[in-house]
Design a protein around this ligand. Structure first.
Ligand code: FAD
Length: 287
C-alpha cells in the first residue's frame, strides 16, 4: 500500500478559544505535510469575514497551500466575485466553489442578482482569474439530485464549466466511493476526485449530519458505536474504521485523502500514523 498525500479541512474560529484550538490543530497536523488545507465558509455565508481572516492568516504565517471555501448564499454576483478577488490579491488561488444551503440548512434560495447555482459560480471564477477550482461531489447522491445519474451529470457539468478537482462529501464504506468513481469515469470525468474522510468524533452528531446530507448509514454502525460507547472506546473504533476504509481506498488506487478535521486533530493524526505517514518537525518546535 503506497503512502497517500493528504489535505485537511478546518472551520474558521469564532472566538479566542476557537483560534487557539485551530492553531493547536494546525500545529498537530501540519507536520503531516498536507498538499493543501481548506477553510469552510459558514452555512448561509455566516463566516464570510472569519473565513477570510483564517485563510489569509494561514497563508501568510505558515508554509501551507490554502483553499478558501466560497458559496453563492446571501450575496450578489459582484459581492461573491469581490471576495474571490481579495483572495487572489492575497496570493490565495485555490477556491472550493459551492452553491451552499440556506441559513439553518433549508433549501437554497438564490438572490435575483446572485449566482443561481454552483455552475454559474465556477464559470465566473474561471473567467475572472487564474483560480484553481475545487468543487463538491456526492458519492451518496446529493439529497436534491433527481437521480444517481443526474448527480453524476451535474458533477460533469461542473467540470465542463472549469472545475479542476472535486472533493467528496464523507461516506462510510469504501464501496460507495468505488461505485461513484466508476460512474464518474463512465460519464467521461477524468479530473481528480478526492475522497472526503470524516473521523467520527461523536457518533450521534455524525449520524445527524449524515442524515441531513444524504450519506448512507450502514446498519451495523449504530450497533458498533453503541457497544464502543459502553466501554468508552469510541475513539478507538472511529480510528480503526476510518483507517480500514482509507486502506481499502489506497489499495484500490486512491492516492489522496481529504480529512474533515472539525478542528480536532487527534483522530485525523492517529489515522495518518496508522496509514504510515510520519510527521516532520512540529510547527511549535520551529517557532
Ligand atoms: P451542487 O453540486 O451545485 O448541487 C448539488 C446537487 O443538487 C447536484 O449534484 C444536482 O444533482 C442538484 N442540483 C443543484 N442545482 C441544480 C440545478 N440547478 N439543476 C439540476 N440539479 C441541481 N457548505 C457551506 O455552506 N460551506 C462550506 O464551506 C461547505 N463546504 C463543503 C465542502 C465539500 C467538499 C462539500 C462536498 C460540501 C460542502 N458544503 C459547504 C455543503 C454544500 O454547500 C451543500 O452540500 C450544498 O447543498 C450543495 O452545494 P454544491 O455546490 O456541492 O452543490
Amino acid at each position: 500500500m503506497s503512502k497517500p498525500s493528504v489535505s485537511f479541512e478546518f472551520f474558521p474560529p469564532k472566538d479566542l478559544a476557537g483560534s487557539f484550538r485551530l492553531w493547536d490543530t494546525l500545529n498537530v497536523l501540519a507536520p503531516y505535510a498536507p498538499d493543501f488545507v481548506s477553510v469552510t465558509y459558514g452555512a448561509g455565508g455566516t463566516t464570510r469575514a472569519l473565513t477570510h481572516e483564517a485563510v489569509t492568516t494561514i497563508h501568510k504565517s505558515l508554509d501551507l497551500k490554502v483553499a478558501a471555501h466560497l458559496t453563492c448564499v446571501d450575496a450578489t454576483r459582484e459581492e461573491t466575485l469581490a471576495i474571490a478577488q481579495t483572495y487572489a490579491d492575497a496570493g490565495v488561488k485555490n477556491i472550493v466553489a459551492l452553491r451552499g444551503d440556506a441559513p439553518g440548512g433549508g433549501a437554497f434560495q438564490p438572490q435575483e442578482d446572485g449566482f443561481q447555482n454552483s455552475i454559474e459560480l465556477i464559470s465566473a471564477l474561471k473567467f475572472a482569474g487564474d483560480f484553481n477550482i475545487f468543487v463538491g461531489a456526492y458519492p451518496d447522491p446529493h439529497p436534491e439530485a433527481a437521480s444517481a445519474q443526474q448527480n453524476i451529470d451535474y458533477l460533469k457539468a461542473k467540470f465542463d464549466a472549469g472545475a479542476d478537482a472535486a472533493i467528496t462529501q464523507f461516506f462510510f464504506e469504501a464501496d460507495t466511493f468505488f461505485r461513484f468513481r466508476d460512474a464518474c469515469a463512465k460519464a467521461g470525468i477524468t479530473q481528480p476526485i478526492l475522497p472526503g474522510i470524516l473521523p467520527i468524533e461523536n457518533w450521534t452528531g455524525a449520524r445527524k449530519f449524515a442524515t441531513r446530507c444524504g450519506a448512507h448509514i450502514p446498519a451495523w454502525m449504530d450497533d458498533a458505536f453503541e457497544k464502543a460507547a459502553r466501554d468508552g472506546r469510541e475513539d478507538l473504533l472511529a480510528t480503526a474504521l476510518a483507517t480500514e476504509m482509507c486502506s481499502d481506498l489506497l489499495e484500490s488506487g486512491v492516492d489522496h485523502l481529504h480529512f474533515y478535521t472539525l478542528n480536532r486533530p487527534e483522530l485525523t493524526r492517529d489515522i495518518c500514523v496508522a496509514l504510515g505517514l510520519t510527521p516532520a518537525v512540529e510547527l511549535a518546535e520551529v517557532a
